[in-house]
Design a binder for this molecule. Structure first.
Ligand SMILES: O=C(O)CCC(=O)C(=O)O
Ligand SMILES: [Fe+2]
Length: 219
């Protein structure tokens, strides 16, 4: 594995830079839509600062019809923005305020962008993370091996998981949001809460929750 990464370092670097360029554009657009300074989100996601940003390459082989289960259960992403590249269907999103799961059709030359829980925190809930899952590919794609290449962006480790100041965010009333938890602490809490050895009852599970519940609230 290490060899594979070393050999493909230039490819990986160019993939990281390309994703970073897309993220910079998106963070700037999101900041301006919230009437914040253009760098409000960008400045919390500098490429060379330590963070939990990572790449995941997922391979999901076809499953026999009778044993079919979810390839990836329903969740919201923890981080800021997720850039998803895949050619085969299978990703589904839950439409807000319904129990309807709908396939997201991959389009040639396009990536799928998911908004994650960190953006919900930073925007005091104005931006919402989407509930999604991965199931067997639809129709004639059902026998295909599904690959997805995913870039997960996360705020820098030292960024506080709380609302940014200014613009439309200042107009949202506070609801006792937890102050002062760093991104590093927040990620640790969420990862541990999902592991069976750390399970200490319903409360610990809830403590590890992000903003999944809010994803279902009408906007
Ligand atoms: O493979 C996909 O299309 C989505 C993967 C995903 O949602 C995740 O890894 O968080
Ligand atoms: Fe996801």
């Amino acid at each position: 594995m290490r060899d594979l990464i070393t050999k493909n370092r230039p490819n990986l670097a160019s993939y990281i830079y390309a994703n970073n360029a897309v993220l910079t554009t998106l963070f700037t657009a999101l900041a301006s839509s919230l009437e914040l300074p253009p760098s409000a989100f960008r400045s919390l996601h500098r490429l060379n600062s330590p963070s939990g940003c990572h790449i995941r390459f997922i391979r999901a082989p076809p499953q026999p019809m009778e044993e079919r289960s979810l390839a990836l259960g329903e969740h919201t992403d923890f981080g800021s923005l997720t850039i998803l590249f895949n050619r085969v269907g299978g990703l589904q999103v839950l439409l807000p305020n319904t129990s309807d799961w709908v396939y997201v059709r991959p389009m040639p030359g396009c990536a799928i962008i998911n908004l994650g829980d960190a953006m919900v925190k930073l925007s005091a809930g104005i931006l919402r993370s989407n509930m999604h899952r991965v199931v067997a590919p639809p129709g004639t794609q059902e026998d295909l091996v599904r690959y997805s290449l995913v870039y997960f962006s996360r705020p820098e480790y030292d960024v506080k998981m709380k609302r940014v100041e200014g613009g439309l965010v200042d107009r949202v009333a506070t609801d006792g949001e937890m102050e002062g938890e760093s991104t590093r602490e927040w990620l640790k809490r969420r990862h541990q809460g999902r592991k069976v050895q750390f399970f200490k009852g319903a409360e610990s599970w809830e403590g590890a929750m992000g903003t999944e519940a809010k994803a279902q609230i009408a906007v």
